[in-house]
Write a protein that binds this ligand. Structure first.
Ligand SMILES: [Zn+2]
Ligand SMILES: [Zn+2]
Length: 396
């Protein structure tokens, strides 16, 4: 209850500040002689985003849901493991990306990408989306002392965050992808051709670093990148990396051994040196394997239909479907996904199916040539550079 009151007070105070700022009634703030640090910003951003009620209420209502928590329902893993911390914070970071244009337009000051660009320049923001994608796979594979339950909980949050924004219509993620795709098309076409494994991209794969934030206190990026060279011979690293993403995101830790082998073989058969980026049925087959024989066929089919429909819309949004048609399909897909999730709750043990459902959605949104997070960020960067160039030539 204290946190609900605090959240309300924070949002009220922020609205008051903004109103005064827009009316130019702001008194100069006292100088602290330095920039705000990433941790300081994230602390206030948590209140701004109402994160405490979002995360703590479900745990409190479910007695902790088996996740180790402290007396205030804060998951203990967030204090032990930087990857768990970043997995929890990722809901904010995805929000910064999908609102990267809207926050400027609406004079919203609380956006980490904008702040990082203000203090650290282009180098501080250009890898922000791929660092977010890395966070998901890092927490899914971390073997530190925080334990499997805490890591699985954090992985659920992270993949849920990836899937959430493009599925929920009001964020207009796929519409933004469609509206800006002309700016990023050539880059992502080239990256997919270089990988040559369906729509997947194995260049600019990030390591988000061993810090709890994406930047140091001077807002220098801590993200490093690696890229795979095109396959020539021997064991294929591309198939290996893509299989890891599929297994880590679609299976819980105690479910990976046997199904993991089957998924690895399936990925290699379906993708190795295959140019077809449409990948019809690829994500549905992952769901089939992840589900095993534990659930009714109609339920698995319902999940497959919903996921494949999202993939079709995502692909079309990244290629040639008009934005208004994309927007309509997103609404229909949202209903399909919601109905599938709701139906799973009628079947005991279906958390494994929900994990695969969210996992497949998260993979297509993070690791392909139509992934909206890196493409929208790239579009914003390209657009900013173009605008800067126009202004510098005195045309505006
Ligand atoms: Zn860990
Ligand atoms: Zn391969």
């Amino acid at each position: 209850m204290d946190e609900l009151v605090m959240t309300t007070a924070m949002i009220y105070h922020k609205a008051d500040l903004l109103e005064n700022c827009v009316a130019e009634n702001m008194k100069d703030a006292p100088l602290i002689q330095r920039n705000v640090t990433p941790y300081e910003f994230m602390e206030s951003r948590w209140w701004d985003a109402a994160m405490a009620p979002y995360f703590k209420l479900p745990l409190a209502f479910d007695g902790g849901a088996g996740v180790p928590v402290d007396e205030k329902w804060a998951p203990l893993g967030t204090r032990i493991c930087v990857y768990i911390r970043k997995a929890v914070d990722i809901l904010i970071r995805h929000n910064e990306l999908v609102d990267i244009f809207h926050d400027l337009r609406s004079k919203e000051p609380m956006n980490e990408v904008h702040l990082a660009a203000r203090y650290g320049g282009l180098a501080a923001v250009k890898n922000y989306a791929v660092a977010c994608a890395a966070c998901v796979d890092e927490v899914a594979t971390c073997k530190c002392i925080a334990g499997d339950v805490s890591h699985d909980y954090a992985t659920d949050l992270a993949i849920g965050s990836v899937a959430w924004y493009p599925i929920v219509p009001h964020y207009r993620v796929l519409t933004q992808l469609a509206e800006t795709r002309h700016l990023t098309r050539s880059k992502y076409t080239a990256l997919a051709a270089k990988t040559n494994h369906g729509a997947f991209i194995t260049s600019d794969m990030a390591d988000s670093g061993e810090h709890g934030a994406f930047h140091n206190d001077e807002w220098e990026s801590l993200t490093t990148l690696t890229s795979l060279e095109p396959f020539i011979s021997g064991e294929c690293q591309h198939c290996g990396v893509i299989s890891d993403w599929v297994i880590n995101r679609c299976l819980y830790r105690d479910d990976r051994k046997e199904k993991g082998k089957t998924l690895r073989k399936f990925v290699m058969d379906a993708l190795h040196l295959k140019r077809d980026k449409k990948m019809d049925g690829f994500f549905g087959e992952i769901l089939t394997i992840a589900a095993g024989d534990e659930f009714p066929a109609f339920l698995v089919k319902q999940c497959i239909t919903a996921v494949e429909a999202v993939w079709q819309t995502l692909r079309a949004a990244g290629t040639d479907l008009p934005p208004n048609v994309v927007a309509g399909q997103v609404v229909e897909n949202h209903v399909r996904i919601d109905k599938a999730f709701i139906e799973t709750h009628n079947h005991p043990g279906a958390h494994a199916l929900r994990r695969a459902l969210s996992g497949t959605l998260s993979i297509m949104m993070d690791r392909t040539d139509v992934s909206p997070y890196p493409r929208i960020l790239d579009a914003a960067v390209i657009h900013s550079i173009k605008m800067g160039s126009v202004i510098n030539h005195g045309k505006v």
